[in-house]
Design a binder for this molecule. Structure first.
Ligand code: NAD
Ligand code: G3P
Length: 355
C-alpha cells in the first residue's frame, strides 16, 4: 500500500520557514505556508520564490502559501513554527483556534521570551496545552539548506511520536534529522550560540586570528553548558549537533545573521546601525541581555556573555573587554573533570599567580 502523504503547515515566511516548507515538499508532504504579507504569498504561489528572504532560491512548487491561517492549519498533522521569538506567542495565540491536540507542534525558533525567561516550546505548551510538542535545532543556515547542501538537524521531544513523525516528514537525501529527548538542552543550545556568534563576528572584524576563534568557541561551549546544566539540561547535549555543531557554523560563517551583526560592530558600526543594515532577525542581540541577567540572578559564571553585554549595551570597547577577559581569574579547562572551584582553591592555597 502506498504511504499516505503527510500534511505539513509552516507558520512564518522568513528564510528558515521557507527552507523548511521546501524540504517537506521535496519529501512528498502536502505543504501549506502561512505568512502575513499578501504580496509575498502571491509571489511564492506564482513564481515559487521568496524575493524578500531567499531571493536566489527556487521553492518547491508544491508549497502553497496563504495569509489566512484557516486555510493552512486545519488538517495539518505537523505544524512548524518559524516565527522570531518577539512575535512567537502572538502568532501562536492567533493560530490556537485552528489547532487541535492530535497535531504535532514544533518550534524552529532560536530565541527566548523576556517575561519569565521562556523558551518557545514552553510557549507552545502554555498556549495550547497539547501533548505533542518538540523543537528543531542544529547547524542549519537557511540559505545552505535552500541550495540543498548536505545538512543535519535535531528533533528534540520527550514524546517519541513527535520525534519519529518529524524524522519521517523532513529526513531526506540532503537533510538528516537526528533525535533527542533533551528538549530543554537542544532549545537552549540554539538560543545560546547566537550570543557567541556575535562575539566571533566581532573578533574577526578586529583582525583576531584562528587561535582566538578556537579559544572563543571552546570557552563558549563551556559557558553554554554550564548555564544549560543550571537550567536543568543534560550537558551531553552540547556535544551534539544542537550544541557544538550549531556553535561551529554560527561562529564561522558570514551567512549567520548574528555573526554579521558582530562583524559590523567590530567594524565600528553602532548596534542600531548593525541591526538596521541586517534587515532580518538576529536573535542573539536580545538573548545576550536576557541570559546575562538570568546568569547574574542565578549565580552562574558567564564571563563571555557578561563581556559581550558590556560591549553591546554599555559602550565598553571590544578590544578592552578582550584584554580584561584574558586577565580574568584562572580557570579550569573542562569543568566536568576538574571543577573551576578546585582551581581557584589551589590558587588561594598557593598564593595566587606565580611569576
Ligand atoms: N534563517 C536561518 O538560517 C535559521 C536557521 C535556524 C533557525 N532559525 C530561527 O528561525 C526563526 C525565524 O527565523 P527566520 O530566519 O525565518 O527569520 P527571518 O528574519 O528570515 O524572517 C522572519 C519572518 O517572521 C515574520 N514575522 C515577524 N514578526 C511577525 C509577526 N508578528 N507575525 C507574523 N509574522 C511575523 C516576518 O514577516 C518573516 O516572514 C529565528 O528565531 C531563527 O533563530 C533561522
Ligand atoms: O543566521 P543566524 O545567526 O540566525 O543563524 C542561523 C542558524 O541558527 C544557524 O544554525
Amino acid at each position: 500500500m502506498a504511504e499516505q502523504q503527510i500534511k505539513v503547515a509552516v507558520l512564518g515566511g522568513g528564510s528558515f520557514g521557507t527552507a523548511l516548507a521546501s524540504i517537506a515538499a521535496d519529501n512528498g508532504a502536502r505543504v501549506r505556508q502561512w505568512l502575513r504579507d499578501p504580496a509575498l504569498v502571491e509571489q511564492i504561489n506564482r513564481e515559487h520564490r521568496n524575493g524578500r528572504y531567499l531571493p536566489d532560491y527556487s521553492i518547491n512548487p508544491a508549497v502553497v502559501a496563504s495569509s489566512d491561517m484557516a486555510e493552512v492549519l486545519p488538517g495539518a498533522e505537523l505544524v512548524l513554527v518559524a516565527i522570531p521569538s518577539k512575535a512567537f506567542r502572538e502568532v501562536v495565540r492567533q493560530a490556537r483556534p485552528h489547532l487541535n491536540p492530535a497535531q504535532i507542534l514544533v518550534s524552529t525558533t532560536k530565541g527566548i521570551q523576556e517575561e519569565g525567561f521562556k523558551l518557545m516550546s514552553q510557549i507552545l505548551e502554555e498556549e495550547t496545552g497539547f501533548p505533542h510538542i518538540g523543537v528543531i535545532s542544529g547547524p542549519n543556515l537557511a540559505s545552505e539548506i535552500a541550495q540543498k547542501q548536505l545538512t543535519a538537524t535535531v528533533i528534540a521531544s520527550a514524546d517519541p511520536e513527535t520525534r519519529t513523525r518529524v524524522q519521517t516528514a523532513l529526513g531526506c537525501d540532503y537533510f538528516r534529522v537526528y533525535a533527542s529527548n533533551d528538549r530543554h538542552g537542544v532549545e537552549l543550545g540554539g538560543a545560546l550560540k547566537n550570543i557567541y556568534a556575535i562575539a566571533a563576528g566581532m573578533a574577526a572584524a578586529l583582525g583576531m586570528g584562528e587561535n582566538t576563534r578556537s579559544m572563543l568557541m571552546t570557552r563558549a561551549l563551556a559557558e553554554m553548558s554550564r548555564f544549560a546544566v543550571d537550567q536543568g539540561a543534560n550537558p551531553m547535549t552540547f556535544l551534539g549537533l544542537a550544541g557544538v555543531g550549531d556553535l561551529i557554523v554560527t561562529c564561522s560563517s558570514a551567512l549567520s545573521r548574528n555573526y554579521r551583526v558582530g562583524y559590523a560592530l567590530g567594524e565600528g558600526k553602532t548596534l542600531d546601525e548593525a541591526v538596521e543594515a541586517l534587515g532580518q532577525v538576529a536573535e542573539g542581540v536580545n538573548t545576550v541581555r536576557l541570559v546575562r541577567d538570568k546568569a547574574r540572578e542565578d549565580g552562574v559564571y558567564m564571563p563571555l556573555a557578561e563581556g559581550l553585554y558590556q560591549v553591546l549595551f554599555k559602550g565598553v570597547p571590544a578590544k578592552e573587554m578582550a584584554r580584561m577577559l584574558m586577565l580574568g581569574e584562572q580557570s579550569s579547562d573542562v569543568e566536568f573533570i576538574l571543577p573551576r572551584e578546585a582551581v581557584q582553591q589551589a590558587h588561594r592555597e598557593t598564593g595566587g599567580r606565580h611569576g
